[in-house]
Design a protein around this ligand. Sequence first.
Ligand SMILES: [Zn+2]
Length: 95
Amino acid sequence: MGNIVAFRAKRQSDPQFGVCPMCRLHDGFVNKGSQHWFKCDKHRIRWLAGINLFDHWRDENRADQMRRFAAIECFEVVEPLWVGSRRDPGPKGAA
Ligand SMILES: [Zn+2]
């Protein structure tokens, strides 16, 4: 497990894969097969950032992966905020 740090990282603002529209952060991602689901634990939302962007999903223990995904399966699926896009209201409006 030591080589996978993304799951432990908390409250990231890295906008590359979208951020929560409400807090403008994310809590990393979990994989479901080759799908990478980013999430905001605080607002209980998730969004599909992409498929097979990162190779490590192949090395994950399938049961661990399913357990992690099960924890966010009830999160609402949303369109993330893309920082700097036309729909981005800017940090001023962030809650
Ligand atoms: Zn949030």
